[in-house]
Design a protein around this ligand. Structure first.
Ligand code: CA2
Length: 147
């Protein structure tokens, strides 16, 4: 089973500021945690980060025929990118939306996700563990679909 992980804009800066919101892990440390869990779950992961909306759309499209599920933190695009929402709804694969912070406990403009309604579910507020929970959820969704 292959699961694609996409980190959205500015997450390349993780660990460099706002640790109270996003935790102390930098992106390499977070990716190592994801790879370690994937190894123990017997799942292959491929991890991408992009600051560009169009590139993220392309990365979502490339999942078709290549990955079994997608875990995505669309970062700020969560709140307004119809292009990313449409890409997610087009691929017809299990998609789990994740956020480091609890977007529902922050500014009102972060409460709305335009992606969540076309994802299987959303995990928010657990720091790096949101991705680990998202990976477990994605694996379970793929297994359920195969039964
Ligand atoms: O909580 C999340 O994971 C977010 O997706 C992070 C986005 C924010 O716009 C969303 O509302 C919630 C921001 C990503 C910025 O990441 C940085 C982390 C540390 C330092 C600088 C940027």
């Amino acid at each position: 089973m292959r699961i694609r992980i996409i980190h959205g804009p500015n997450l390349n800066l993780l660990g460099l500021r706002e640790p109270d919101l996003y935790g102390h892990d930098n992106l390499d440390e977070l990716n190592k945690k994801i790879q370690d869990l994937a190894g123990s779950l017997g799942v292959e992961v491929e991890i991408f980060q992009s600051n560009s909306e169009g590139e993220i759309v392309d990365l979502i499209h490339q999942c078709v025929g290549h990955a079994d599920a997608l875990v995505i933190n669309p970062a700020a695009y969560t709140h307004y990118s119809i292009a990313i929402r449409d890409a997610v709804s087009t691929i017809r694969l299990p998609v789990v939306e994740v956020h480091l912070s609890n977007i529902h406990a922050r500014e009102e403009f972060r409460h709305r996700s335009v992606v969540a309604p076309v994802a299987c579910g959303q995990i928010a507020g657990f720091g790096s563990a949101s991705y680990l929970l998202g990976l477990r959820a994605a694996k379970q969704l793929v297994e359920e679909a195969r039964r």
